[in-house]
Design a protein around this ligand. Structure first.
Ligand code: GLC
Length: 438
């Protein structure tokens, strides 16, 4: 029987709160209509119409090694792929359904290749699994708030047996936890209305999961969705509590605290454009400089960023996303030390940017230059061991200029004569202090 205990919880979360940055991948049959992964629901499309995508799906360009490489080069440390999304289609070879990649023209277990590729790059393996299932006959259709057939009285629920669906999905989770070696992260999605907690057979499910994968990290969506925090936040963890809070398409204004005021582990999942699944006409990509700052924002508030890509039907990550990943990677290459192992700083956020902290080292992320030497708020001059420009290890002197003589208690760094920052996006100073030794 699984029971929460803080010590083993913290041990299990160590890699996750260290790594901070992951890739979300939404990929499936919905990548063909290319109007987002909810297409069946938003258009109330009967499955008889959707099935043509099943017949067409061939994953012709599927090369998870290139996905894993792109993630790694961007500085991401873990990847989460949709093993099954709400349409019920499985990218893995489940023995409990025919609605799976093995039976399409792709003809193989796509999760197997993904897991191998991600592991080969030294990244952590995550799997997304939808609790909703619009394919399974025992999942409520008519009258459900979300199901594509919600308005079709002929799709009544008389002969649907909920326990049969539970058994089906528990069996599938067992396959995912058994057939692919170590799984680092399971991302269940999602609870709504009375479909939550024990309705999902959650205690039983989590006892099985924790037995098969003792170190796996799970999200909080057996209890909630992007909305709501779950029982760990209430300091009354159920056996199926999530290990982290999963805000969606937003970054919490000040991080997330539990009801006793302790900082929580959280992960913001964010799309690169406006869709999770591939959408051919959506060109509203967030620029790389913005995403770099959003990653820093998450870390400075004690959270992770799970940044999504939606490969097209053949399996190619859109070119725009690849370019953005490349740009983020170039910044990460020089500045990763200010992300990995870092978290919320114990000094106040400066006007010119943000601070992340790892032990006695403070990383000042400078977005906007100051006039004259730059103040390092919260730090006194005598506490400083060294200041380095993170991008090249260059020594930055503590300023001795007379201009800040009215602020003797504050430390200022001297960035030199050039008023333009060497990195227009985020120029990082690593400030080592004596604090740890006090
Ligand atoms: C949602 C959506 C979904 C997406 C997920 C990602 O709740 O239902 O399509 O996969 O969030 O966070």
């Amino acid at each position: 029987m699984y029971q929460f205990d803080r010590e083993s919880y913290q041990r299990r979360m160590t890699w996750y709160t260290h790594d901070r940055f992951g890739m979300f991948i939404h990929w499936g049959l919905y990548s063909i209509p290319a109007r987002g992964e909810w297409v069946r629901s938003t258009e109330q499309m009967p499955e008889s119409e959707y099935v043509k995508f099943f017949e067409e799906f061939d994953a012709a360009d599927y090369d998870p090694k290139s996905w894993a490489r792109a993630a790694k080069e961007a500085g991401m440390k873990y990847v989460v792929l949709t093993a099954k999304h709400h349409d019920g289609f499985c990218l893995f070879d489940s023995q409990y359904t025919d609605w799976k990649a093995t039976n399409t023209k792709a003809g193989r277990d796509l999760i197997r290749e993904y897991v191998d590729a991600v592991r080969a790059e030294g990244l952590r393996v995550g799997l997304y699994y939808s609790l909703l299932d619009w394919h399974h006959p025992d999942y409520p259709h008519f009258g459900d708030r979300i199901h594509p057939d919600r308005n079709r009285p002929e799709c009544g629920n008389e002969n649907r047996v909920w326990e049969r669906y539970l058994e089906y999905f528990h069996n599938q989770v067992r396959e995912l936890c058994t057939n692919y070696g170590r799984i680092d992260l399971l991302w269940f999605d999602f609870s709504y209305d009375d479909m939550r907690g024990e309705k999902w057979g959650a205690t039983k499910l989590m006892n099985m999961v924790r037995e098969l994968q003792p170190d796996v990290i799970i999200d909080n969506r057996l209890e909630v969705s992007g909305e709501g925090r779950g029982s760990l936040a209430e300091c009354r963890p159920t056996p199926y509590h999530g290990d982290f809070v999963s805000p969606e398409q937003m970054i919490p204004p000040e991080g997330i605290l539990d009801v006793e005021g302790n900082p929580m582990v959280w992960e913001a999942c964010v799309t690169m454009n406006g869709h999770w699944g591939f959408c051919g006409t959506d060109r509203l990509f967030k620029p790389a400089p913005m995403l770099i700052k959003k990653l820093v924002e998450c870390v400075s508030k004690g959270g992770n960023l799970l940044l999504n890509v939606g490969p097209d039907a053949r399996g190619n990550i859109p070119e725009e996303s690849m370019a953005i990943l490349g740009e983020i990677g170039r910044w990460m290459k020089k500045n990763h030390e200010s992300i990995y192992g870092c978290g919320r700083a114990d000094v106040e956020k400066p006007e010119f940017g943000r601070i992340t902290q790892n032990g006695d080292t403070y990383y000042f992320h400078i977005y906007e230059n100051t006039i004259g030497p730059i103040p390092l708020p919260g730090l006194r001059p005598e506490e400083i061991v060294s200041i380095r420009a993170l991008e090249n290890g260059y020594e930055i002197p503590v300023s001795t200029s007379w201009v800040h003589s009215d602020y003797p208690e504050l430390c200022f760094a001297d960035l030199g004569e050039d008023p333009v920052l060497p990195d227009p996006v985020d120029y990082v100073l690593a400030v080592r202090t004596k604090r740890g030794n006090c």
